[in-house]
Design a protein around this ligand. Structure first.
Ligand SMILES: [Zn+2]
Length: 131
């Protein structure tokens, strides 16, 4: 097998530890299998290791960013408004919050920020409803 990066022939099967980090959190994956280039160090995970790598990466991002759906539901309950009422205040579609809370759609970053702001200053919601 040829190295996809430098073209060197002589990829070596290796079992390694892979360290992942994201947003100040990190984790180590053990017994990761792949083919590694002896010349430039480029590596290709086998299917199973790649799946584990992708899952871990996704989990890490989720751990850092949090689950927005659960957060949104908590804030909405605290504000004592329905999904439709909140959507109206935000000027977005009626079913949007239902989708966010069920994790079907990922809310945009500005929406999450605005909601967190309202969480800290609930009276802002009244103002939004009158805009
Ligand atoms: Zn190489």
């Amino acid at each position: 097998m040829r190295c996809p990066s430098c073209g060197h022939t002589g990829m070596i099967n290796k079992v390694v530890e892979e360290r992942l980090s994201y947003g100040g959190k990190s984790m180590t994956l053990h017994e990761m299998n792949g083919q590694f280039c002896s010349h430039c160090g480029e590596g290709i995970w086998d299917e199973e290791s790649y799946r584990r790598y992708a899952e871990a990466q996704e989990g890490l991002v989720r751990a850092v960013k949090g689950e927005p759906g659960a957060d949104i539901r908590r804030i909405r309950k605290k504000l004592k408004v329905t999904q439709a009422e909140l959507a109206l205040a935000f000027g977005i579609g009626k079913v949007a919050f239902s989708r966010y809370e069920r994790g079907e759609t990922r809310p945009s970053a500005p929406l999450v920020k605005l909601l967190k702001l309202i969480d800290r200053h609930p009276d802002l919601l009244d103002e939004m409803q009158n805009m």
